[in-house]
Design a binder for this molecule. Sequence first.
Ligand code: PHB
Ligand code: FE
Length: 334
Amino acid sequence: MSAAANVLVNASAPSNETGYRTFTLGSFKISRDEYFVHVTWPAKGQQMKHIMSADAFLRAMMRDVAWGFFYGWVNFDGMVGTRNKYGQVEFYAGRYAPAYHDRGLDLVETFDTPLIMATFKAILEDFTNKGFDPFAAPDETGSSWVGKKNGSNTEAIDRQRQACKRMPGLPGDAELRTDSNGYPVNRAFADVVQDAPEVHAEAGFENDVHAMNLFAYLSRSDVTWNPSVTSVCGRSLCCPTTEEYILPIKHGNDRVEWFVQLSDEIEWEVEDKLTGLPRAKAIMKAGDVAAMPANIRHQGFSKKRSMLLVWENATPELPEMYESGKLQPYPVNF
Ligand code: PHB
Ligand code: FE
């Protein structure tokens, strides 16, 4: 046992063989070896086992931790994941894999958010080796995730989301990613023009009126598949992000969300939220706009680092309104 944020995390001593600990969360056990993470749970008198690449597992768990379990379902793959009940979180195995669920071989357990958060953080810290950054593209972080326990990378996994206090570029903003003192332009965006719009404010409004080059701002993003909230207007959140390789989770929406493809191309696989059956494939090119319905799970594939605007509606009543049928799961009836 170790204490994190006054919550007891249930962990074994490091294994003599691999150096990694085994973690217990309710009836689930989570362990890793040189290549794989293993999740086990009891069902119908037997011990069920699921295996997935440690690389994919760590990338998914990193998002779950960084996003505070996000909206709805965070499927690490087709078998295991979390569902945010806003105050509590479900961890499940097989619940949304009909071959398991229909035979009673799945398990869902509910945890208070601080316990599952502390456990996930401890797992991330233990399973992440030196040099591996779960937010980086594979080309940037390499195969350092492979092998026996070898150091850690707390700097990468504790990275604090940089929240703007005001629009980037206005006096008093929290960061200066748009200027040359900030983050370097990513190798994939070397051609993005770095100029800034000219602003001619009415006298007396110089401190209130502003414009920025969002493309220049995003070209300096040092993370992938990690939307940052850059503007808030009531419940409307504009969350642009840069995407390379695979969205590490199959997100099950609990509300409609909009995508605006700002550059390059992302291929989306859209599946039924409950069964995982294929529903659609969307190839989004620069300028394309799509609404992702509230009853699907989706995963994106981006061959070249691209820019995506995710537009979220943070209204707290939405999950209940969709679940009860008060709202249809898509925004338009054609
Ligand atoms: C989503 O699930 O809608 C999502 C999450 C992270 C991203 C992009 C989209 O980077
Ligand atoms: Fe989503």
